[in-house]
Design a protein around this ligand. Structure first.
Ligand code: AMP
Ligand code: GLY
Length: 424
């Protein structure tokens, strides 16, 4: 069967690698893909919110399944587009329709959903410019730090955590009145600050049953010791040692089951991934956010640990018989370290030739921001490559990732040397 993956990051390279291992997959296509997916699949250079262009690729290449990597096409309704088209409606899309994608597309919606279905999460209220004064009053009732979130998608930049009340009020006004994050901050969610350690749990669901995928922890800050600006993610580890069986059992009972049941009660037929961002506060889970896709770079440690055929699981999602599918995960630890362009997450240069990654033999190199130019692999983004390794322990896996990184080079290459520092 021919499969199309939408996206171009390390996450999509990891999907491509895993799907390429399935006997049931004949030809793989990735749109737009990167220099890594180019080796496993046919890259097709289109804009993934151009649904007519996707339709053309699907029909031309007899594609029988579409796997959506990032949230933007889901929130824009790519799955709904398929269902509404006579020629596409029987081709399964892995990823929710617009109604389900709102779990990530609107923080206000997702908070309402959690409250309605009894999923533990921080107390909150939402405000617009029409009730700004109420927003100030709500802030005054909270204790610092203050958490302000743009309701809509803001490319991962829409969350502000502020220590002073004055600053929080100024930012709130800037968000709702001056559209600091454009239309995304027309509505702002203000919520209680949650204490604890963060981790993520991933769920694959066909809308009725679910599989809980390995947990992971990512390292979002650019600097060592978790300092500096937020990035898309500088590395990840799976499993998470502090997410023991007792904690994961609580997550399943208090978060996963009410989430799946809530979607059903609300008539949302959800087929795809749910990425649950959690705070572990003394063994008690609280949901920080839902995303409607896999995480990046979390996927680069989660998928390699899954031993089952991913395509088979996706068929289960498509045909709503996921409960019949076998699912197993290795006990080994996987770590990934992200190589980034110097300057990222601020301005950085592209088109740097990347050397040495072909010589890596004890890790998997997932390409993220790479492209082919004059037969050379060059950088094309801030996050360039994720170097994933297995080990019996976190230390062993990390040693391999760092040894492999020693072989890779591009001008101004940067990476964190302390991934997992808080866990070992
Ligand atoms: P989000 O986009 O909702 O994941 O928020 C981005 C980051 O802000 C999260 O990964 C957390 O580190 C932090 N964050 C968000 N909400 C809260 C909260 N209520 N309490 C503490 N930290 C939070
Ligand atoms: N690594 C965080 C994310 O994918 O949203």
């Amino acid at each position: 069967m021919n499969v199309l993956i939408l996206g171009s990051g390390g996450r999509e390279h990891a999907f491509a690698l895993k799907l390429s291992e399935s006997k049931k997959v004949t030809q793989l296509f990735v749109a737009p893909g990167n220099a890594g997916t180019d080796k496993l699949a046919t890259n097709i250079d289109i804009n993934i919110t151009d649904f007519e262009a996707i339709k053309e690729i699907v029909l031309e290449n007899a594609i029988k399944m579409v796997v959506v990597g990032p949230e933007v096409p889901l929130v824009a309704g790519v799955h709904d587009f398929f269902l509404a088209d006579d020629e596409l409606k029987d081709i399964p899309v892995i990823g929710p329709k617009k109604d389900g994608a709102l779990l990530e597309g609107s923080k206000d919606f997702s908070k309402q959903f959690m409250q309605k279905h009894g999923v533990p999460t921080a107390k909150y209220q939402s405000f617009t410019k029409d009730n700004l004064e109420d927003g100030y009053a709500f802030l005054e009732m909270l204790t610092p730090p203050y958490v302000l979130k743009a309701d809509g998608l803001a490319a991962g930049k829409g969350v502000l955590i502020l220590n002073s009340l004055e600053e929080a009020k100024t930012e709130l006004e800037d968000m709702v009145s001056n559209k600091k994050f454009g239309e995304a901050s027309t509505t702002v969610v203000i919520e209680e600050f949650l204490k604890g350690i963060e981790l993520s749990v991933f769920v694959l669901t066909d809308g009725k049953s679910y599989k809980i995928l390995p947990s992971a922890k990512d390292y979002k800050r650019i600097g060592e010791g978790d300092a500096g600006l937020n990035t898309g993610g500088m590395g990840a580890i799976s499993p998470v040692p502090f997410a023991d069986a007792a904690f994961l059992n609580k997550v399943e009972e208090l978060v996963v089951k009410p989430t799946i049941a809530g979607l059903q009660k609300d008539g949302i037929d959800y087929r795809g991934f749910i990425f649950i961002g959690l705070m572990n506060d003394n063994g008690n889970p609280s949901v920080v956010e839902y995303n409607v896709r896999m995480g990046d770079p979390e996927t680069e440690v989660v998928l390699p640990r899954i031993e089952s055929d991913l395509f088979d699981l996706f068929e289960g999602v498509a045909h709503q018989n996921l409960h019949e599918k076998s699912f197993s995960v290795t006990d080994k630890t996987a770590t990934t370290v992200m190589l980034v362009s110097g300057g990222y997450p601020e301005a950085y240069e592209k088109n740097k030739e990347i050397k040495g990654f072909d010589a890596v033999d004890e890790s998997i190199v997932f390409h993220a921001g790479t492209t082919m130019k004059d037969n050379k692999v060059v950088t094309s983004g801030g996050r360039v490559m994720a170097v994933t390794s297995f080990g019996d322990t976190i230390e062993e896996a990390l040693e391999k990732s760092y040894r492999s990184i020693d072989k890779i080079h591009f001008d101004q290459m940067n990476y964190r040397k302390d991934i997992g520092f808080d866990l070992v």
